[in-house]
Design a protein around this ligand. Sequence first.
Ligand code: GAR
Length: 212
Amino acid sequence: MKNLVILISGRGSNMMAIAEACAAEGWDARIAAVISNRDDAGGLAYARDHGIATAVVDHRNFDGREAFDAALAQVIDGFAPDMIVLAGFMRILTPGFVQRYAGHMLNIHPSLLPAFPGLHTHRRAIEAGCKVAGTTVHVVTPELDHGPIVAQAVVPVRPDDTEDTLAARVLVMEHWLYPRAVRWWVEGSLAHTDDGRIVHRGGEPQSLFEGS
Ligand code: GAR
């Protein structure tokens, strides 16, 4: 049984989607803990209500990223994690932290990487005149919003889309995509190619399209 530790900073809807899929689909895994850098993160209440251990490591209590990441790692390691799942965790991680969990940490980012790393992805996609937008699950590497892509989901950008309407449609896709990607990892279905890409061993589609 694999121990998943999920890091959140806010509402935690992706964390909930993963927890629900894990239970409903009977993964050989458990959510060992949900950890947040904010004590007001909405997702913490869901975790507590579902008997999942929670912890808060408030970044404001630390003098710099190194000290915060060291404290965070200590708390994470207390839950004997096999995998760290970043689900709306809005902190830039130090290279040392990323290295500690190298190959064992996934992130979801609300754009079709490598386009639009960083913040305000939906606004930037609309402003750039993009006709599609979406979300990416990737292995975390020291470079922000970078790293081998596990899966992507695509939605059309409609002419009347606002940042909020686009974000809402992408989020629906995230709730399909992220549990699927985490399950693949739990099952051991993902393989690295020699040139550093990630493929599904059984050939399951690593792309999802709205409406399909
Ligand atoms: C999600 O849309 C996720 O892609 C994004 O934050 C949202 C969290 O929502 N993550 C990032 O922007 C990370 N760079 P949630 O708390 O409801 O899961």
